[in-house]
Ligand binder design. Structure first.
Ligand code: CP
Ligand code: NVA
Length: 302
């Protein structure tokens, strides 16, 4: 039985399999082919934070694969009333075939996985967002081919998305330049582990020079709403706009996991720039997670 808590839980070959499969599943859906390998399978979805893309892509994905999904919110389950994670994991995993969790503390998904008898997927914690990286890698590969040996620039907060890009640099073998204001760097230990592929800078212009992919995210993540104003001041010089993209490689792509705040981390018009692939990136959450579900539930049968 396998879990997907970070990108490091799958081997490089397995990640490539998932991405190629995602591309195939996308073509099959475009052709209108019905493909239902997960008939009668059920996904439990625990959301302790808001979501549009993650919820809809997992729920639609399970339906398209012939299965179904149950949305579980702490507001109306015992999860929000202090039932221990270990107990919830044992009970839920005795009833469903796979569990997806979006929460704050990364350690909570690790503990849930430890006591779960079915695969557990991290659908975003304060530390990592690996499902988004599957979609981002799929999107790059569809537009430009292999990302191996390319240069990627991460601009802004050293948050869960940034830290997943660090794991991706290792697993997909690219160079990652991160530009953050002092005090907002990603976890130092994680950076040190991948120092052969990751450089942390403060100047966004230096980070994007010659880059093949530029990615950013909101300045205040879910749970940091109180810091919004202070962060807005600190991140002022980190807006990704057309002029910044002009310093990168002529074939640069721009990605953002969304939701975006136009006028803050991105200029008002950037999402509609021809170099932006954010809508493909969002759609690919569906295809990439269908491939991931097929992979994790296929492993179970072996
Ligand atoms: N990118 C992403 O995970 O979006 P949601 O918060 O809408 O799920
Ligand atoms: N870093 C953002 C990503 C949202 C998909 C957050 O955690 O809120």
């Amino acid at each position: 039985m396998r879990h997907f808590l970070t990108l490091m839980d799958l081997s490089q070959n397995e990640l490539h399999w998932v991405i190629q499969r995602a591309i195939e599943l996308k073509h099959m859906r475009r052709r209108g082919e019905v493909y239902e390998p997960l008939k009668n399978r059920v996904l439990g979805m625990i959301f302790e934070k808001s979501s549009t893309r993650t919820r809809v892509s997992f729920e639609a994905g399970m339906a398209q694969l012939g299965g179904s999904a149950i949305f579980l919110s702490p507001r109306d389950t015992q999860l929000g009333r202090g039932e221990p994670i270990e107990d919830s994991a044992r009970v839920l995993s005795s009833m469903v075939d796979v569990v997806m969790i979006r929460t704050f503390d990364h350690e909570h998904v690790e503990r849930f996985a430890e006591f779960s008898s079915v695969p557990v997927i991290n659908a975003l914690t304060d530390d990592f967002h690996p499902c988004q990286l599957l979609a981002d890698m799929q999107t790059f590969i569809e537009h430009r081919g292999s990302i191996q040996g390319k240069t990627v620039a991460w601009i802004g907060d050293g948050n869960n998305m940034c830290q997943s890009y660090i794991n991706a640099a290792k697993q997909f073998d690219f160079q990652l330049r991160i530009a953050t204001p002092a005090g907002f760097e990603p976890n130092a230990e994680l950076v040190a582990q991948h120092s052969d592929r990751v450089t942390v800078l403060t100047d966004p212009r230096e980070a994007v020079l010659g880059a093949h992919l530029i990615a950013t995210d909101v300045w205040a993540s879910m749970g940091q709403e109180d810091e919004q104003e202070q962060r807005q001041r600190r991140f002022q010089a980190y807006q990704v706009n057309e002029a910044l993209l002009d310093l990168a490689s002529p074939d640069v792509l721009f990605m953002h996991c969304l939701p975006a705040h136009r006028g803050e981390e991105v200029s008002h018009t950037l999402l509609d720039d021809p170099r932006s692939v954010v809508w493909d990136e969002a759609e690919n959450r569906l295809h990439a997670q269908k491939a991931l579900l097929e992979f994790l539930l296929g492993q179970e049968e072996e």
